[in-house]
Design a protein around this ligand. Sequence first.
Ligand code: PNS
Length: 170
Amino acid sequence: MQKVKAIYPGSFDPTTNGHLDVIARAARIFDHLVVAVLNNSEKSALFSVPERVAMLSESTQQFDNVSVATFNGLMVDFARQQQAHAVVRGIRAISDYEYEFQMALMNRRLAPELETVFMMPAEKYSYVSSRLIKEVFRLGGSIDGLVPPNIVERLRERAKRNLGQSDGDI
Ligand code: PNS
């Protein structure tokens, strides 16, 4: 039987437990899952792409059918290059749906053979986003339980490093 490969594209700046929950669910359904970090210099990111790849690799090492890669340009071109059959995107709430629906239909127009599969993370992560994680951490709030421990550690290191340089902002 043909093996079914999916890609899970995103910014992952940084990885949250919501992302990991989707990865765990997708890894159960697909034979192989490629977590694909967008390498986009236009978007101002907290972590560099190599740092994000390292964090994702650390957090997904328990899955032997999950790998981490980076991509530039159109996601559908990367999916074709990978010979992927599906694209996984997480939907936390109805508010995510409109943008995701537009993106899925545009991607379908560009690559009709590629199917977008929406997956819901556990409801306990339904309010968790990379943007809010960075904001809460920056303002001194607890993000324990919302991101993997290695990412709390990296955020702390980043804040410490920046403290030496300026005002300690991440
Ligand atoms: O984690 P994000 O930022 O919500 O991920 C968005 C991402 C990376 C999946 C999306 O911006 C993307 O696919 N970008 C690559 C460029 C592309 O293919 N654009 C057309 C989308 S229809």
